[in-house]
Design a protein around this ligand. Structure first.
Ligand SMILES: *[C@@H]1O[C@H](CO)[C@@H](O)[C@H](O)[C@H]1NC(C)=O
Ligand SMILES: *[C@@H]1O[C@H](CO)[C@@H](O)[C@H](O)[C@H]1NC(C)=O
Ligand SMILES: *[C@@H]1O[C@H](CO)[C@@H](O)[C@H](O)[C@H]1NC(C)=O
Ligand SMILES: *[C@@H]1O[C@H](CO)[C@@H](O)[C@H](O)[C@H]1NC(C)=O
Ligand SMILES: *[C@@H]1O[C@H](CO)[C@@H](O)[C@H](O)[C@H]1NC(C)=O
Ligand SMILES: *[C@@H]1O[C@H](CO)[C@@H](O)[C@H](O)[C@H]1NC(C)=O
Ligand SMILES: *[C@@H]1O[C@H](CO)[C@@H](O)[C@H](O)[C@H]1NC(C)=O
Ligand SMILES: *[C@@H]1O[C@H](CO)[C@@H](O)[C@H](O)[C@H]1NC(C)=O
Ligand SMILES: *[C@@H]1O[C@H](CO)[C@@H](O)[C@H](O)[C@H]1NC(C)=O
Ligand SMILES: *[C@@H]1O[C@H](CO)[C@@H](O)[C@H](O)[C@H]1NC(C)=O
Ligand SMILES: *[C@@H]1O[C@H](CO)[C@@H](O)[C@H](O)[C@H]1NC(C)=O
Ligand SMILES: *[C@@H]1O[C@H](CO)[C@@H](O)[C@H](O)[C@H]1NC(C)=O
Length: 444
């Protein structure tokens, strides 16, 4: 009797494929679900202090802003961290208020806001109330203001009244302004500034406050050059000017930004060369100059920056042999050089198992054309994922030919595996049923 062993073998094979694919798909499905929302512990000491310690005027103000006050708003942590109080007596006062996911009919009333001038921090997230003129006591008391996807639209003059701010954040909210200087002119204490996705127009101010440590003006409509005076910000650690309409050269004094760690000038129209003075910035971690028109060769100083983790120079007009050795390239988390037509690497001094988006050089230091075909990017195999799994920061532009195909492959890897697993499972079950039917007919 030959059929049974064959049948059993087939059955075994089918079962093994279905079970392994099912296992793979379940692990991949359960993974995203695991981050358990840490349930806000409902008041360890709540019941004991049932009567609120908050100033009754401020309780009424919170109620008018649709913030629940059934539980004492001063007990920490408050739901969604909406409220934080000071310790004054007999009544405590609010120092921080965070309005988020407001119902569409919430309105900021001046009566409510008048009683809130004890606030140091005011923030809005997904709260589409209309902005109203804040009482001056409140605008003077704030040291931190944040508006993310809220308040419909703002004006520079409205923001400029927060003269004591150290932290200003506006994102995904359009600001109507003739220039950033209108907003920042009187904020002499500012340390961190984020205005992104805010339709901000005009140019970069000639004078920025020297104590700034964090400047993010990404995704706006800023135009013009980087003023040399920007390089005076010697406390600046973070600078993101990506996705604007900035142009001109990167100032030669750029290396004066001695505290800089993360910088992105990506997706603008910067030209000229990468300034050598950057080699003097010892703490650089993340450098993104992609999607500009930078020329010249890739400077060798990058490999001497001990902390560098991310280097993205793709989609520029750089040329020549890259001055990097394999141990430097391995040390990085992300290296992107694609989309620079005349950039190449020295095959005899650098054997690259990983894909960095450029071709090897011929003996004249020019890339061996055509660019690495699909074959070479495929045999880079698993290691290429080390260089493909970063953010989509530089994504916008016309990618570096062979580069984008393989990157897309990487990004779709997860879902494809699940689909494949399910498909194999289902088809093998169908096949099994058909096979059994045939078998039963055949035997019977
Ligand atoms: C606001 O709503 C979003 C989406 O509905 C939710 O993910 C988020 O946790 C909410 N935030 C707060 C503070 O309630
Ligand atoms: C509340 O704030 C604390 C400290 O800032 C933070 O650790 C916590 O994650 C926040 N909780 C929520 C629900 O946002
Ligand atoms: C606001 O809208 C909510 C439902 O979205 C409703 O329950 C509440 O009564 C409204 N409040 C006012 C003052 O209209
Ligand atoms: C904020 O600035 C105003 C006006 O410049 C000043 O009078 C006030 O004392 C400052 N307030 C705080 C809390 O620093
Ligand atoms: C963005 O700014 C332009 C002018 O620079 C204006 O025409 C446009 O309406 C603004 N868009 C939004 C959403 O405010
Ligand atoms: C900048 O910060 C330093 C210390 O962090 C402080 O001494 C100095 O007064 C600040 N400068 C200005 C103009 O606020
Ligand atoms: C700059 O901002 C963009 C978007 O606003 C973001 O995608 C990118 O990661 C930021 N770059 C750095 C170096 O932080
Ligand atoms: C700076 O860049 C590093 C490396 O990409 C990243 O881990 C870190 O979060 C960034 N810091 C800030 C403030 O964005
Ligand atoms: C690679 O380059 C770095 C910096 O230029 C240098 O310190 C290191 O010795 C080089 N490694 C090898 C194996 O050549
Ligand atoms: C590549 O490296 C080898 C050995 O280090 C050297 O002899 C050769 O000149 C280099 N080729 C180019 C084009 O730089
Ligand atoms: C790479 O991406 C660009 C723009 O997204 C597209 O036009 C081009 O066809 C892509 N290249 C390949 C080889 O798919
Ligand atoms: C899917 O599961 C496999 C095997 O457990 C794992 O290697 C892979 O990283 C997972 N993919 C995703 C997107 O979670």
């Amino acid at each position: 009797m030959k059929p049974p062993p064959l049948f059993l073998l087939l059955l075994l094979f089918l079962f093994s494929t279905t079970t392994t694919s099912a296992a793979a798909s379940t692990t991949n499905v359960t993974k995203p679900a695991t981050p358990t929302l840490s349930p806000t512990p409902p008041t360890t000491k709540g019941p004991s202090s049932s009567s609120s310690t908050l100033d009754p005027k401020q309780i009424r103000a919170l109620q008018s802003l649709n913030i629940a006050t059934a539980r004492d708003p001063c007990v920490q942590p408050s739901p969604n961290n909406a409220t934080v109080c000071d310790t004054s007596k007999p009544f405590r006062h609010l120092v921080s208020l965070h309005l988020s996911n407001c119902s569409s009919n919430v309105s900021l009333s001046s009566a409510a806001l008048k009683s809130l001038s004890s606030l140091h921090s005011l923030s809005f997230t997904n709260c589409h109330a209309s902005p109203i003129r804040l009482p001056s006591d409140l605008s003077f008391s704030l040291t931190s203001f944040s508006c993310i996807h809220s308040l419909r639209h703002l004006t520079a003059v409205w923001l400029s009244r927060f003269v004591n701010l150290t932290d200003l954040t506006v994102s995904y909210t359009p600001i109507n302004t003739r220039g950033l200087y209108v907003i920042l002119g009187n904020m002499h204490k500012l340390k961190t500034l984020t205005i992104s996705h805010a339709n901000l127009s005009g140019s970069l101010p000639r004078h920025l406050h020297l104590n700034l440590t964090h400047v993010d003006l990404s995704n706006n409509k800023l135009k013009g050059k980087i003023p040399t005076s920007l390089t005076l910000l010697e406390d600046l650690e973070f600078l993101n000017l990506s996705s604007n309409g900035l142009n001109g050269v990167i100032p030669t004094e750029f290396g004066d930004l001695i505290s800089l760690k993360n910088i992105s000038l990506a997706t603008n129209s910067f030209s000229g060369t990468i300034p050598d003075s950057m080699s003097a910035i010892p703490g650089l971690i993340h450098v993104d100059l992609s999607n500009n028109q930078l020329k010249g060769t890739v400077p060798s100083f990058f490999s001497e920056l001990k902390k560098l983790k991310v280097l993205n120079l793709e989609n520029n007009e750089l040329h020549g042999v890259i001055p990097f050795n394999a141990s430097f390239i391995k040390r990085l988390d992300v290296l992107k050089l694609g989309g620079n037509g005349n950039l190449c690497y020295n095959q005899s001094s650098l054997s690259l198992k990983m894909k960095i988006g450029i071709a090897p050089c011929d003996k004249h230091g020019l890339p061996i054309s055509p660019l690495p075909s699909k074959e070479s990017s495929r045999d880079s195999g698993s290691e290429s994922s080390d260089y493909g799994d970063d953010d989509n920061d530089g994504g916008g532009g016309g990618g570096g030919s062979a580069d984008n195909t393989s990157e897309k492959k990487e990004h779709h890897h997860g879902p494809n595996k699940v689909v494949l697993g399910v498909a194999i499972g289902v088809s093998s079950i169908v096949f099994l049923i058909v096979f059994l039917l045939l078998l039963s007919k055949w035997c019977g």
